[in-house]
Design a protein around this ligand. Sequence first.
Ligand SMILES: [Fe+2]
Ligand SMILES: [Fe+2]
Length: 177
Amino acid sequence: MTRISKVHECLEDDHAELDVLVANTFDAIEAADARKAFEDLDYFWARLGMHIRAEHLRLFPAVRKAAAGSAEHDGISKMLEQLREDHDFFMTELARAIKAMRLVFSFGNEAETLTIVRGLLEGVVERLKVHNQIEEEQIYTLTGEAFLDAGAAEELLASVRMELARYPNRFLDRAPA
Ligand SMILES: [Fe+2]
Ligand SMILES: [Fe+2]
């Protein structure tokens, strides 16, 4: 595996991984495999939560700091606020989908629930596509040499990687060694 040396590469790679995880969830829904759909959905939810945490705690403050005093500061602040609202939407909708799936195992209604969950997930994916594109084209680009000095960029990369390595306990067995 080549070592990822830039913040934008690290987060773009994570977007690509998340795309695979959500595709797996759709496959399980199509196969009407409720148990696997739940597991895949739960893992996607957890991994997206880790990604969002890395952006909130590490990336966004660094970008905000780098933009302070520049002419673009207000525009960047507004964009970050919009991205934060998207994050809240993703987590709320996925929590709803998880809750619906949990009820299946107690009360049945499998086919109906999978349809509802597919709808919730489609809403998330639609918005996530636009969200990720904005991040990749307009926010991750602000972590390059023109904006952060080498030390700050290295520190940011280390902290982002640390967040992306913090798997929840129930998924520790899936964390890369
Ligand atoms: Fe994001
Ligand atoms: Fe992102």
